[in-house]
Design a protein around this ligand. Structure first.
Ligand SMILES: Nc1nc2[nH]c(I)nc2c(=O)[nH]1
Length: 266
C-alpha cells in the first residue's frame, strides 16, 4: 500500500516533465501502444518529440516488447497526441499503481480520451489471427485494482460506446469483444480457455484492464482495440509463442495504423 501511495504524486511530476520536454502544455488524447502495435505508431505520424520512458519520473523500461519504452508527442490534424510505446505488466512484478502510471501520467498531462491497444488471444469462434477487435467490455481476473480506498468507480460503458461507433465508421469490418485480463505470464490451459469462453470472454490478455479502470477513475473516455495474434490455447491445439505475437503485429501494422490515424483525426 505504501508503494502505491508513494506513486501518488509521481504522475503529476511525469506530466510536468513531458510538458517541459515537448513544449506542449496539454495533450488531450493519449494512445498506449502494446505488443504488435509499435509499427502502427509510425503510420500515425512523425513525432515532434520523443522521450525515453527511463527519463520520465515513475516509468521503468518495459521489458515485454524488448525495447526501452518511449513517449512520443505527435501532431494529428492540429492536435497534439501523446503516444506511449510499451507498458508495464503485473507479471513483471509491478504493483497496480506502477502498471497504470502510464495512463495516470497521460491524464495528468491533460488527456481526456485514452486509446488502449494490446495483443490478445482470440477465444470466440470466427476471430482470425491478425484481426483487430474493439473491446466492448472487460472481465478483470487479475484480482488486483489500481484504486485505493472507498472510491466506487462506475464501470458501465467504461469502453466508450461513441468512440466504438466512430471506430466502426472508420473500419466497418471491425467486430467487438469482451476482453478478459489475467496476470500471466503463462498462457492459459485449454481448460482455462473453456472457462473463459463459458463466462463470456472473447479475448484474453495480460494487460489493459487496470489501465482502463484507472482511466475511468480519472474521468477519461476509453477506446480499446485488441490485435488477435494467436487463437487462445486449445482453440486450435497449437502451442503459443511470443514470437508469433510480434510477427502478426508486423503484418497488421498498415491496417492498424490507418485505423488509429482515422480515430485520432476525428
Ligand atoms: N493470457 C493471454 N495473453 C495473451 N497475449 C497474447 I498476444 N495471447 C495471449 C493468450 O493467449 N493468453
Amino acid at each position: 500500500m505504501l508503494a502505491e501511495k508513494a506513486m501518488g504524486g509521481v504522475s503529476e511530476l511525469a506530466a510536468t516533465a513531458i510538458a517541459e520536454r515537448t513544449g506542449v502544455p496539454q495533450h488531450r488524447v493519449a494512445v498506449v501502444l502494446g505488443s504488435g502495435w509499435q509499427e502502427a505508431a509510425a503510420v500515425i505520424g512523425e513525432p515532434s518529440t520523443s522521450i525515453p520512458m527511463s527519463e520520465v519520473p515513475g516509468f521503468g523500461s518495459p521489458t515485454a516488447q524488448g525495447h526501452q519504452g518511449t513517449i512520443h508527442s505527435v501532431t494529428v490534424g492540429d492536435s497534439p497526441v501523446l503516444l506511449l510505446m510499451g507498458r508495464q505488466h503485473l507479471y513483471e512484478g509491478h504493483e497496480p499503481s506502477k502498471v497504470v502510471h502510464n495512463v495516470r501520467t497521460a491524464l495528468a498531462a491533460g488527456a481526456r480520451t485514452v486509446l488502449l491497444t494490446n495483443a490478445a488471444g482470440g477465444i470466440r469462434d470466427g476471430l482470425s489471427v491478425g484481426e483487430p477487435v474493439l473491446i466492448s467490455d472487460h472481465i478483470n481476473l487479475t484480482g488486483r485494482t489500481p484504486i485505493e480506498g472507498a472510491n466506487f468507480v462506475d464501470l458501465v460503458d467504461a469502453w466508450d460506446p461513441e468512440l466504438r461507433s466512430l471506430a466502426r465508421e472508420i473500419d466497418p469490418s471491425l467486430t467487438e469483444g469482451v476482453y478478459a485480463g489475467l496476470t500471466g505470464p503463462q498462457y492459459e490451459t485449454p481448460a482455462e480457455i473453456r472457462m473463459l469462453r463459458t463466462i463470456g470472454a472473447d479475448l484474453v490478455g495480460m494487460s489493459t484492464v487496470l489501465e482502463a479502470i484507472a482511466c475511468r477513475e480519472g474521468g477519461a473516455k476509453v477506446l480499446g482495440i485488441s490485435l488477435v495474434t494467436n487463437l487462445a490455447a486449445g482453440v486450435t491445439g497449437q502451442h503459443l509463442s511470443h514470437a508469433e505475437v510480434l510477427a502478426e503485429g508486423h503484418a497488421a501494422a498498415p491496417r492498424l495504423g490507418k485505423l488509429l490515424r482515422g480515430v485520432l483525426e476525428r
